[in-house]
Design a protein around this ligand. Structure first.
Ligand SMILES: *Cc1c(COP(=O)(O)O)cnc(C)c1O
Length: 376
């Protein structure tokens, strides 16, 4: 016998989460998560899933019937889009201006497809002109993939323009909206986006581990016309859809994360109650207040003002300041988490998140006061 370890119950501290995600979760969403678990094919649960779908359509601003939450984190949403749409031998234009564009490239290559990478420097948006040039040079390309809100650098790219260019060249667009959904303007139907994925734990301020996705009718057609079966059984949308729709006779695919979906339902319900445009405005306002305060502390932004994401503020660590020490003091003395730099920006930047429920006055005040004290 291996003897039983005797641990006490885990009690996490109450932190303020102002990093790149997970973000602060509203008490209502946490309460929703602890409601009684019911069967995932219980008629009342199915009714809740139908509401969840409508709420996701609102958040994405789409009427796409194929809109649902993948039972796994944002990275699985990314993989869902790529493995369902892209087939071996296809060519995909992949825009890379940070960590997540590079992950898209890896997804494409693992499928056995070809990634034509359009590189832009870290801290700058994807260049629409370069994308168009790549499309001219690669007439065989079938997809354009890009990240709307690059969490590694705090840059917003012009998805509306690039998705329109993709259409002109008869390509489908695949968009990463993990950090953008609920935080900045995003209109899936008006912008003509074909496949999009997000995450529960950023501007939706829900528990981590769920990934909203949506596919346009063109994308659904593409999936139906595949000549190879999707290599991932779990992520194959043609199977998953029998579970999320199925008109009265849903079939078992996998056991839904029942309580996580309660939480997502509540977080999206709160977003709908506030109104998308009000949520976007709130993120902008809190960002402006934070930016004013940071400037007073002599802290500079990495990204030009016009491309900055309100929900992810990437700033340069001031000269002579010990990155790890500051972040650990913020955590231990103020219960405040901010993000470290990622990839090329490791050790050079902090990433201060104002995502969802974290985008509020108290958080901005706490962050500025704590930084002021620790840096002094
Ligand atoms: C966080 C993030 C992801 C990955 O989401 P996980 O839930 O961590 O798997 C993908 N893309 C972007 C832009 C992100 O910020």
């Amino acid at each position: 016998m291996i003897s039983a370890p005797a641990f006490s119950t885990f009690f996490p501290p109450r932190r303020t989460l102002m990093g790149p995600g997970p973000s602060d979760i509203s008490p209502q969403v946490l309460a929703a998560q602890s409601k009684p678990t019911i069967g995932h094919l219980d008629p009342l649960f199915i009714k809740m899933m139908d509401e969840l779908k409508s709420l996701l359509q609102y958040a994405f601003q789409t009427t796409n019937p194929m809109t649902l939450a993948v039972s796994a984190p944002g990275s699985a949403g990314m993989e869902t889009c790529f493995v369902n749409l892209v087939e071996p031998g296809d060519t995909v234009i992949v825009c890379r201006n940070g960590v997540f564009g590079e992950r898209m490239r890896q997804n494409v290559e693992r499928i056995g497809a070809t990634a034509v990478v359009v590189d832009d420097p870290w801290g700058q948006p994807v260049s629409a002109a370069k994308v168009e040039q790549a499309l001219q040079q690669n007439p065989q390309a079938k997809f354009v993939a890009l990240v709307h809100a690059e969490t590694s650098t705090g840059v917003c790219s012009d998805v509306q323009t690039i998705a329109a260019i993709a259409r002109q060249y008869d390509c489908l667009s695949i968009v990463d909206a993990v950090t953008s959904l609920g935080g900045i303007e995003l209109r899936v139907d008006d912008w003509g986006i074909d496949a999009i994925y997000s995450g529960s734990q950023k501007c939706l301020s829900c528990v981590p581990g769920l990934s909203p996705v949506s596919f346009s009718p063109r994308a659904v057609q593409k999936i139906q016309d595949r000549s190879h079966p999707v290599q991932s059984w779990f992520l194959d949308q043609s199977l998953v859809m029998g579970y999320w729709s199925g008109d009265g006779k849903r079939s078992y695919h996998h056991t839904a994360p029942v309580n996580g979906l309660y939480a997502l339902h509540e977080s999206l319900r709160l977003l709908a109650e506030e109104g998308l445009e009000n949520a976007w405005a709130r993120h902008r306002q809190q960002h402006r207040d934070l930016a004013t305060g940071l400037t007073k502390l002599g802290i500079e932004f990495i990204v030009d003002e016009q491309y900055r994401l309100p929900q992810l503020n990437a700033v340069t660590i001031p000269e002579g300041v010990d990155d790890a020490k500051v972040r650990s003091r913020l955590l231990n003395e103020f219960n405040l988490e901010i993000g470290a730099g990622l990839g090329d920006l490791a050790g050079k930047a902090w990433r201060i998140g104002l995502m969802g429920y974290a985008a509020r006055k108290e958080n901005v005040a706490l962050c500025l006061q704590a930084l002021n004290q620790v840096l002094r």
